[in-house]
Design a protein around this ligand. Structure first.
Ligand code: FES
Length: 149
């Protein structure tokens, strides 16, 4: 499964999103209370830019006159005809058996975990050469969002 570093954690605060293009696919990357989710930016209805829509939640009611607003910021509403989808799973809630948008796995990784090791290079068919240049330690204090296609 190919992995792509698509943003830093700092770029997308909670409640915000970033729309990216990876392998010619437009994808919306959402921060929901510190967790990151990615769904295709193409509505399954008529292809609208789903991830540009309003983020909302759901209303739950136990009895008339009482209601509770739940899952705030987890539901995106397509700007073209207002169909709604769960940004965590891509699932629609008006016809859940048939309609969903493609969802992708995301992880948050550090600079260290993203580094390619010597063993990775050997596995990829590279051979170590006889020379070694002088190197210096460099640190980046940053976490990255990685998209798994
Ligand atoms: S294109 Fe998204 S609801 Fe119609």
């Amino acid at each position: 499964m190919p992995k792509y570093v698509v943003a830093t954690v700092d770029e997308i605060p909670p409640g915000q999103r970033k729309i990216i293009t990876v392998e010619r696919r437009s994808i919306g990357l959402f921060n929901v209370n510190g967790d990151f989710y990615a769904i295709r930016n193409q509505c399954p209805h008529e292809g609208g830019p789903l991830c540009e829509g309003v983020l909302s939640g759901l209303v739950r009611s136990e009895m008339p006159g009482e209601y509770e607003y739940v899952r705030r910021g987890e539901i995106v509403r397509c700007p073209w005809h207002q169909w709604e989808f769960d940004v965590r799973t891509g699932q629609s809630w008006f016809d859940p058996a048939k309609t969903r948008v493609r969802a992708y796995e995301t992880t948050v990784e550090t600079t260290t975990s993203l580094a390619t090791s010597d063993a990775d290079l050997v596995d990829a068919g590279y051979t170590k050469g006889p020379y070694e240049a002088e190197t210096y330690r460099v640190e980046v204090d940053q976490q990255y969002i990685v998209l798994h296609l």
